[in-house]
Write a protein that binds this ligand. Structure first.
Ligand SMILES: [Zn+2]
Ligand SMILES: [Zn+2]
Length: 146
């Protein structure tokens, strides 16, 4: 298994949801379109299954999710293609927040760039993500110009 296996479509959605500061429960409360009528508990279970790539994601669900938190529909499609075709190069996605070129993090007028192939600058500068993912922040060195 190659170390840079593409992110799964479900993981992509989960990372984007978390980056928007939402819990699965928040999404379950707000989502307007479900494949069939569901109570809240079933909605939570259904959304978790989608994020774990257990339940299929329909286009209408993807559209409903996109009204709740931002993600790039094109990237989602490309990731689905990668599942079926491992030879296909995956799109560039931040491994922490899952932002992409067309769906960048914003800080005022600034948008993030790439600190590494799969790490955006806003996550690279965010110590709480660095600790959560056990990559030590580059302290001292390179911080003088702030
Ligand atoms: Zn990021
Ligand atoms: Zn970013």
């Amino acid at each position: 298994m190659h170390s840079s296996a593409p992110m799964s479509p479900g993981t992509y959605l989960a990372r984007r949801r978390a980056a928007a500061g939402l819990e699965v429960e928040d999404v379950a409360l707000r989502i307007e379109t479900t494949p069939y009528p569901m109570n809240l508990r079933d909605r939570v279970a259904w959304l978790r299954n989608i994020e774990q790539d257990v339940s299929p994601l329909t286009i209408s669900t993807a559209v409903a999710l996109q009204q709740l938190y931002p993600f790039d529909g094109e990237v989602l499609i490309q990731l689905c293609v990668c599942v079926d075709n491992p030879a296909k190069p995956p799109p560039a996605i931040c491994r922490v927040c899952a932002c992409t070129q067309h769906d960048a993090c914003r800080n005022g007028d600034m948008t993030c760039g790439w600190a590494e192939d799969d790490l955006c600058t806003s996550c690279a500068e965010e110590p709480r993500f660095a600790t959560a993912h056990q990559c030590a922040p580059a302290d001292a060195a390179g911080q003088a110009a702030v």
